[in-house]
Design a protein around this ligand. Structure first.
Ligand code: SAM
Ligand code: SF4
Length: 327
């Protein structure tokens, strides 16, 4: 069945799944440096449980899934989950959001298991700065991951850069130059405030400001990118293969075109990233609820999708960090 939509007539076809709240980095805008409270292993859905949720969602009309976290590649056996999801006939796009640190080791097997493509988070091209922003990572590992993803055919590879004033915004044009020189597809993302990033939450750079700074390199021509129907608006610098994308959750929100639901690592279905409303699926899953009951709960979550969020009014979010709900 297709044609699922919410109470504001938005078509819903996409499920974003956080497979773990664990991460091998501590990015300043996402997680606190220390004292991160972790979910117990018991609370985290097993791969079979995730598969059951996706099967129910697919019967309702969801046909695209993205795996995220935390860092999805720190969870053992992720390829097993991808194979399971790939066996669901009506799921026709499986993608992954990763920091890329472990990607070089896994790219080929992920592709083999059925992964279509990857988004890789990278906020700087400077090794020292990479260590400052991620608090513990090595730039070389993520760069190797980007290369391996392209070689394995996990394309289009999209690079996500969260732009922060005074921290990495001086690299906007360096990243844009990568779309010219190396054919990268870079998406520049506005920083969202959260309870986990109070020390940087004043560092927002608006998409209109980013755009002006990149346009000093040449006129940005509207463009498309194959695969994905998310919130980014795409452009190209003249005569280039790569794309420049912008994602503006704060200053020009895109709630009117939101097509997604989210599943947290501990089995809560979230109608919206930026609202704390959640519907529990873990308990029904573990007490043997039939697929029809799960489908009813998923439909309920879709019906509860709010019209929009209120980040721009500064009423931000205080709830669970993005690493738990799959930012
Ligand atoms: N660990 C993986 C990664 O970093 O790609 C996946 C999880 S991470 C929470 C998913 C995405 O959320 C990343 O692209 C990250 O940059 C973005 N993100 C996290 N916190 C954010 C914030 N406060 N504002 C904007 N984007 C954020
Ligand atoms: Fe980890 Fe991704 Fe959050 Fe960075 S953005 S701390 S890599 S979950």
């Amino acid at each position: 069945m297709t044609g699922l939509s919410d109470s504001f007539q938005r078509p819903i076809n996409y499920l974003r799944i956080s497979v773990t709240d664990r991460c091998n980095l501590r990015c300043v805008y996402c997680m606190p440096e220390a004292g991160v409270e972790l979910m117990s292993h018991y609370d985290i859905l097993s791969y079979e449980e995730i598969y059951t949720v996706v099967k129910a969602a697919a019967e309702l009309g969801i046909n695209r899934v993205r795996l995220t976290g935390g860092e999805p590649l720190v969870r053992a056996g992720l390829t097993d989950l991808i194979s399971l999801l790939d066996s669901i006939e009506t799921i026709d796009d499986i993608s992954l959001t990763t920091n890329g640190i472990l990607l070089a080791q896994h790219a080929a097997e992920l592709k083999e298991a059925g992964l279509s493509r990857v988004n890789i988070s990278l906020d700087t091209l400077k090794p020292d700065r990479f260590r400052q922003i991620t608090r513990c990572g090595s730039l070389g590992d993520t760069l190797k991951g980007i290369e391996a993803a392209g070689e394995a055919g996990l394309t289009p590879v999209k690079i996500n850069m969260v732009v922060m004033a005074g921290i990495n915004d001086d690299e906007l044009t360096d990243f844009a130059a990568k779309t010219v020189k190396d054919g990268w597809n870079v998406r520049f993302i506005e920083l969202m405030p959260s309870s986990a990033n109070e020390q940087v939450s004043s560092k927002l750079v608006s998409v209109s400001d980013m755009r002006k700074r990149i346009e000093a390199m040449g006129k940005l021509e509207p463009s498309q990118i194959e695969a994905g129907n998310g919130p980014a608006k795409y452009f190209r610098l003249p005569g280039t293969k790569g794309t420049v994308g912008f994602i503006s959750p704060v200053t020009e929100h895109f709630c009117f075109q939101c097509n997604r639901l989210r599943l947290t690592a501990d089995g809560k279905l979230r109608p919206c990233l930026l609202s704390e409303d959640e519907i529990d699926l873990k308990e029904p899953l573990r007490s043997g609820a039939p697929l029809e009951e799960l489908k009813t709960l998923i439909s309920k979550a879709i019906a509860r999708k709010p019209k929009g969020h209120h980040l721009a009014e500064g009423t931000g979010r205080k709830g669970r960090p993005f690493s738990q709900v799959g930012g």
